[in-house]
Design a protein around this ligand. Structure first.
Ligand SMILES: *[C@@H]1O[C@H](CO)[C@@H](O)[C@H](O)[C@H]1NC(C)=O
Ligand SMILES: *[C@@H]1O[C@H](CO)[C@@H](O)[C@H](O)[C@H]1NC(C)=O
Length: 198
């Protein structure tokens, strides 16, 4: 019992897992939600975008649709936002490319996704433990969590703290990374948008 309490207290994400999931089916987008008490770097749902196998805030989505495939109309796949499916243990990108694209955490903690036509993940990656959950209160947000991990955004390059680009990580327990910020993630019902992410 003691170890349970310690674990619970040290991992903010575990709170999400304790709430009974009863979230809508279907695709969703995700955004960072941060209402800090000791700094003023707040975010209210800024989109988490896929690009180059990793996930970012304040960076454009990188999507791809191949030319010249019989019956494939790329006008139906604008790739204008990053859309996910799942959230009951595993997560994938919402794509039409055969084989799909799975989301996982790389050994360095970076939230990542497999390239199209490949299931490859580096040794030591974790692809399970994700959860979308909503408290019982009407209108409560649907939050994304991961067992025993916390979300961190790490700045990439220069700029105003609320505008610069960040990379998204899922770190074990409450471990901090130099210069990074803890954040929450909320999810929002959406619709499929891309053939594949690149
Ligand atoms: C996410 O990507 C889309 C499509 O490229 C872009 O319009 C949007 O501004 C990006 N969102 C953020 C928060 O950077
Ligand atoms: C993956 O890592 C584990 C533990 O570090 C190791 O035992 C195993 O041999 C590795 N597998 C490959 C294919 O490198």
């Amino acid at each position: 019992m003691r170890s349970f309490i310690v674990l619970f207290a040290s991992a903010p994400v575990a709170l999400g897992a304790a709430i009974v999931p009863r979230v809508p089916e279907g695709p969703w987008t995700a955004g960072v939600w941060r209402q800090p008490v000791d700094d003023d770097v707040f975010f209210v749902g800024d989109a988490i975008n896929a690009s180059g196998g990793k996930f970012w805030v304040h960076k454009d989505t990188s999507a791809y649709c191949p030319d010249g495939i019989e019956g494939l109309d790329c006008a139906n796949y604008p790739g204008s936002r990053t859309v996910f499916v799942g959230g009951d243990n595993t997560i994938s990108l919402s794509v039409s490319v055969p084989g799909g694209q799975q989301v996982y955490v790389a050994p360095d903690g970076a939230l990542s996704y497999t390239t199209a036509h490949s299931a490859f993940m580096p040794n030591g990656s974790v692809a399970t433990g994700f959860s979308r959950s909503q408290s019982q209160a009407f209108g409560a947000p649907i939050v994304l969590g991961m067992t025993d991990r916390s979300w961190l955004i790490c700045p990439v390059g220069e700029g105003e703290p609320r505008e610069k680009t960040y990379q998204l990580f899922a770190v074990e327990g409450g471990s901090q990374k130099e210069g990074c910020l803890f954040t929450g993630i909320r999810t929002y019902t959406s619709s499929a948008d891309a053939w594949q992410y690149a």
